[in-house]
Design a protein around this ligand. Structure first.
Ligand code: ADP
Ligand code: MG
Length: 396
């Protein structure tokens, strides 16, 4: 080991990591207090009811961070009162929108040796309650990116989850829910009664304004960078750019990180506006990038096919047929047996839900051939490079 003699503008890069949870969320005090009010009962009289709360806001409005921070805080408060309350955060998209996988992840929190096979999601739900009964635990289950669950399971999963206590009226109600989503529209497919149960308590997270983003950036810059290396003007520009990206704080933080990387790469002692400009021309919202990492093998192969087509053809859209052809070529290259049309259709829906691709035309699988697929958010070149690297063929 030798110590690098290069100067770095960073003090602690991890403070800019996507998974870092700040201990205070600026400009979300109102929403934080609202959450506390909704769940006050779970400390004062746990088991008396089961709460359902929705958190709604666009990408980067702090939904995930707020929910997780709330989870930490309420578990602390519960512990002080001797209440066995657990906050469990599950990202539905990462669990492929499958109720089974979501419940499995939840159960594993309390029952690490839980057998992984042989149960239906219905049985799993009953078992979860049984485990909670046995260990006298109360749970706040946060279902993040719940769109994925609704998309893949329709109305059924939420119907079951919201009615789980109905067959056990006398027993303590152990499972409360926080649903996290971008727009209420995705709940339209639910039956009226499930919908109204869920929509009783809604917390909206508005887009951050430029000034709010500026405050958030300021705090984060102090945590992550050496003192005085980030110029105020740079933070101004980032706030401005992120405001235009629908007040997306995640985009702002990603941009700040990348600007720091440019500064380091160019051996600069400060993060100047030029670093930000260079960063912004290369950055695409990290949402999609994260989503791409968690795709399955064939979804990646499908996306790689798309990326390669878009790289060469100067087109805005490909037909489903063209996309399938491109996918089959990629499959051949990687020695994988191509999946069938129906499966590819699910991939397209998934990719579109995650905002990696955009679809136009009929949303129905039967008329798939006429549907158009676009790639407006991610440079095809970069996607190709990134996927090829992850899929590992080029590395030998
Ligand atoms: P969402 O889940 O709504 O897409 P996130 O919770 O992932 O947004 O927030 C995006 C990023 O911005 C995270 O890194 C988060 O820590 C940060 N962030 C969001 N809101 C705030 C805030 N009010 N104060 C500090 N950091 C914030
Ligand atoms: Mg989120």
């Amino acid at each position: 080991m030798y110590m690098s003699s290069y100067f770095t503008v960073f003090k602690d890069e991890s403070k800019l990591d996507i998974n870092y949870i700040p201990m205070r969320l600026l400009h979300r005090e109102y929403q934080f207090n609202l959450l506390n009010k909704f769940f006050q009962f779970s400390i004062e009289s746990p088991g008396k009811m089961a709460q359902r709360v929705l958190m709604v806001g666009k990408v980067g409005t702090g939904k995930t961070a707020l929910a997780k921070l709330f989870g930490l805080k309420i578990m602390q408060m519960a512990q002080e009162k001797g209440v066995n309350l657990r906050y469990v955060h599950v990202n539905c998209r990462e669990r492929r929108g499958s109720l089974f996988m979501i419940l499995q992840q939840a159960i594993l929190n309390f029952y690490p040796n839980f057998p992984k096979r042989g149960y239906s999601s219905e049985e799993l739900l009953q078992m979860l309650l049984q485990v909670l009964d046995e260990q006298n635990i109360f749970v706040i289950l946060a279902l993040d990116e719940i769109e994925a669950l609704v998309q893949s399971e329709g109305a059924d999963a939420l119907y079951k989850l919201t009615r789980v206590h109905e067959s056990r009226l006398k027993a303590p109600q152990r499972l409360s829910l926080i649903g996290i989503l971008r727009e209420l529209g995705c709940l339209e497919v639910l039956d009226e009664s499930t919908k109204s149960t869920l929509q009783r308590n809604i917390i909206f997270l508005e887009e951050y304004s430029k000034n709010e983003l500026r405050d958030i950036l300021n705090v984060r810059a102090v945590l992550a960078f050496r003192s005085d290396v980030v110029l105020d003007e740079s933070l101004d520009i980032i706030a401005e750019l992120a405001e235009r990206e629908n007040g997306n704080a995640r985009y702002a933080i990603e941009l700040l990180w990348r600007a720091g990387k440019y500064a380091d790469a160019s051996n600069l002692q400060e993060v100047s506006p030029e670093c930000v400009r260079r960063a912004s021309s290369s950055v695409y919202p990290i949402v999609q990038k994260n989503a791409i990492f968690s795709l399955g093998l064939h979804e990646k192969l499908f996306l790689l096919g798309l990326a390669r087509q878009f790289k060469h053809a100067k087109k805005a859209y490909l037909t489903m047929g063209e996309a399938e052809d491109a996918y089959r070529i990629v499959c051949e290259e990687y020695g994988e047996k191509p999946r069938g049309h129906t499966q590819l259709w699910k991939y397209v829906n998934n990719l579109s839900a995650a905002d990696i691709v955009e679809t136009q035309g009929s949303g129905s699988g039967l008329r798939g051939k006429t549907t158009l697929i676009g790639l407006p958010y991610v440079p095809a070149e970069e996607l190709d490079r990134e996927l090829s690297r992850r899929l590992g063929l080029n590395d030998g």
